[in-house]
Design a protein around this ligand. Sequence first.
Ligand code: ATP
Length: 353
Amino acid sequence: MALLQQRRKIPSLSLASTAVNHRPILSLQTIPRPAVTTTITSSSSTAPISASDLERLQVLGHGSGGTVYKVLHKPTSTPYALKQIHSPAADSSSDNNTLQSELDILRRTTGSPYVVHCHAIFEKPSGDVSVLMEYMDLGSLETLLKSQGPFSEEKLAPIARQVLEGLDYLHKTHKIVHRDIKPGNLLMNNKKEVKIADFGCSSDESCSSSVGTCAYMSPERFDPERYGGSHNGYASDIWSFGVTIMELYMGYFPLLPKGQRPDWASLMCAICFGDVPCLPEGASEDFRSFLECCMHKEASKRWTAAQLLTHPFVCKAPSEECKPNLFDKKRKRDDDGVERSERSQKSIKVEVC
Ligand SMILES: Nc1ncnc2c1ncn2[C@@H]1O[C@H](COP(=O)(O)OP(=O)(O)OP(=O)(O)O)[C@@H](O)[C@H]1O
């Protein structure tokens, strides 16, 4: 097993709630010395924002890449989130490349309402980098799960739809694999908008990498030979998305018994050798079918974000615009000649309780 052999390279084993800080420490020594401010333009941001106009209000959270503050743009009284990325002295060109790749992705992905908008990037001569983002006032879905308890299907359907819209945008428009989809990286605001954040593990599709939070990694990222050969990272994002949605519904990480502390071995066994977990009684058939389409162990059998957007579970989400529901229409045949919708319905009986 390729990933078994690389066990020590896996940066983070834990669940969102106990995430371990294993992302590579970023070295910014090769960043150009002059102060640079990149203002990311969009229809919503007109005037450039100066770092000196920002007042720090409070810490929103700490991640492995840095600390996020709530800040106030004094001239407009607009709150923003400012992520300050650590810049330790130790030099590493690969870590610097990781940071530059994250910044590049932030600059490119401003065209979707389902990805947290980056307004500006401030790069100081010292090497410190700050990223000014839109402020998502309800915080992450991880925080909301802790404070409000599990989400109902009715609440999850529009959440799932928005995350899929974001993934579809990243995958199709930019060929970007997020690699760290989990409740802590999905942010919500008081308009019930949900957006994908944190591109610290992301890369283009062709880059093979074992970064990300281990608990949400797909079987083929642990064991490519057994679960899909040279897998594409898009399908891995879909697996992580499925685990995330299931966790938000069940209230705990669904691949381990409730309360079990995750360690690398138990996670690896559960993800690679365990059955795909069952939803409890009371879950609708649409929801079961939806999660089953996300959580095929075999990467090639997982639906894409675009296909999942046509699934009745998200299409029936109230007051949401929906793409044409292709679920009942004749679908493209897969390699094995079984239509996805047929196979999905069949395997509900076999694989899902
Ligand atoms: N745009 C934002 N608006 C509001 N809160 C935010 C925003 N961005 C991040 N946060 C908060 O700050 C916390 C830290 O975010 P950050 O992206 O640095 O790390 P993380 O995703 O939680 O962890 P890791 O980087 O280890 O995956 C988040 O969990 C979230 O609660």
